[in-house]
Design a protein around this ligand. Structure first.
Ligand code: PMP
Length: 428
């Protein structure tokens, strides 16, 4: 597994040296060590030195790295036509129509863009133009994108390393309803209190399972009650489905559906193009029309190649029954992790749904002191067994599991077995 050995040594070092010369150090390297990856195939990544990794991190290559059906769709369309939305072509209208059919009635109008950040920018712009108000409500610890405005509203960024802290009075932060850490708080009341100083709420932007904030599932009724509060104040509700959408939670296409809510605006990203840079915003005709006279144009958004790729991703999700696979594999994971929890005190909480799971590690089940070093050791141990995992959450003690949706029973059992072995050496 030592990728710094052998014939590849020079080229890895060369690449790292060139990287230092030309690429900002603000672009980090994952997994604590440089992995020189040369090939992806479904749920696996292959390194230069021939190692095969099980990828439990990549929630972008949703239907599998280099899924042949998606690759073919992109290649074929690229050889025929690639223009932009100022022309008429069936791919655009058919793709938007197909996506809108996966959404609740009324969310019929779609905009196609290039990244989750661009989509969230547009969602906020639409909310502001429709409500003619300015303020945005966001959950603590959330991340919604890397543009200037989105960094200003993402506590994960402005309160994180290098951030300038809270500075924007149009941003209202509501607490994370983390019932594992504190079940006694009235999170709805706290939500109301956190926004009570504003009479200009334009929108509440929220994921339906919190990702960067620590893989947190909402308590029952939380989203429906908070949506009601926002709407009573004249604001809109934006579901950021960039991480949790496209069936990842294993029971519905969109994670908000599990909470019996219908957002005013839905934002899609990451898995939408299986790695091809695409994203989308869906909303009602009225909200979509609120941009008024100003033209909307995103040079690459909705181009024929992107639409073909997007269609192919939807084909695979349907044809290969990937939502069902996410449910079955997710249940298997949860069962295995809960068995490990009985064995190892360090596992404080196992949570999430489908293939969007979190394992929170604590030093003590009473004090809930975060087991930060141990989380690091665990993912390093898993890496030594060629299984890729990541850590997140405000305390950096939550192991995230969000693999390509094509993962198999064998992969799940191998993950649980490997985790058992690592925890055994760590804890006993
Ligand atoms: N929203 C969420 C929930 C995200 O996780 C991300 C990316 N991590 C974004 C928005 C931004 O997407 P992108 O990186 O495609 O701009």
């Amino acid at each position: 597994m030592d990728i710094s050995k052998g014939d590849d040594d020079l080229s890895l070092h060369e690449l790292l040296n060139k990287r230092k010369k030309h690429i900002s150090s603000s672009l980090s390297i994952g997994h604590g060590q440089p992995l020189y990856i040369t090939k992806g195939e479904m749920q696996y990544l292959y390194s230069m030195s021939g190692d095969k990794y099980l990828d439990l991190v990549n929630n972008v290559c949703h239907v599998g790295h280099c899924n042949p059906h998606v690759v073919k769709a992109g290649q074929e369309q690229m050889a025929v036509l690639n223009t932009n939305t100022r022309y008429i072509y069936p791919g655009l209208t058919e793709y938007i129509e197909r996506l809108s059919k996966t959404l609740p009635e009324g969310l019929d109008f779609g905009f196609l863009v290039n990244s989750g950040s661009e989509a969230n920018e547009l969602a906020i712009r639409l909310a502001r133009s429709y409500t003619k108000k300015n303020d945005i409500v966001v959950v603590d610890g959330a991340y919604h994108g890397h543009t200037g405005m989105l960094i200003d509203l993402s506590p994960y960024k402005f309160n994180g390393p290098g951030g300038k802290g809270y500075t924007e009075d149009w941003v209202h932060i509501v607490p994370v309803p983390d019932i594992y850490r504190d079940n006694s708080r009235d999170y709805i009341k706290e939500f109301e209190q956190s926004i009570s100083d504003s009479d200009a709420i334009s929108a509440f932007i929220v994921e339906s399972i919190l990702s960067c904030a620590g893989q947190i599932s909402f308590p029952e009724g939380y989203l429906s009650k908070t949506f009601e509060i926002i709407r009573n104040l004249g604001g809109l509700c934006i579901s950021d489905e960039v991480q949790v959408g496209f069936g990842r939670t294993g029971s519905s296409m969109w994670a908000f559906e599990e909470h019996n809510v219908i957002p005013d605006i839905v934002v899609m990203g990451k898995p939408i193009g299986n790695g091809h840079p695409m994203a989308a915003v869906f909303t009602t005709k009225e909200i979509a029309s609120s941009l008024g006279e100003m033209e909307f144009f995103s040079t690459f958004g909705g181009n024929p190649v992107s639409c073909s790729i997007g269609m192919a991703v939807l084909d695979v999700i349907e044809d290969d029954k990937l939502i069902e696979n996410a449910r079955i594999m997710g249940e298997l994971f949860i069962q295995g992790f809960n068995e490990l929890k009985e064995q190892y005190q360090i596992i404080g909480d196992v949570r999430g749904k489908g293939l969007f799971l979190g394992i929170e590690l604590v030093k003590d089940r009473e004090t809930l002191e975060p087991a930060v070093e141990e989380a690091q050791l665990l993912i390093e141990g898993m890496l030594s067994k060629n299984i890729l995992l990541s850590i997140d959450g405000p305390r950096k003690n939550v192991i995230k599991i969000k693999p390509p949706m094509v993962i198999s029973r064998e992969d799940v059992l191998r993950t649980i077995q490997s985790m058992d072995e690592i925890l055994d050496t760590m804890c006993n």
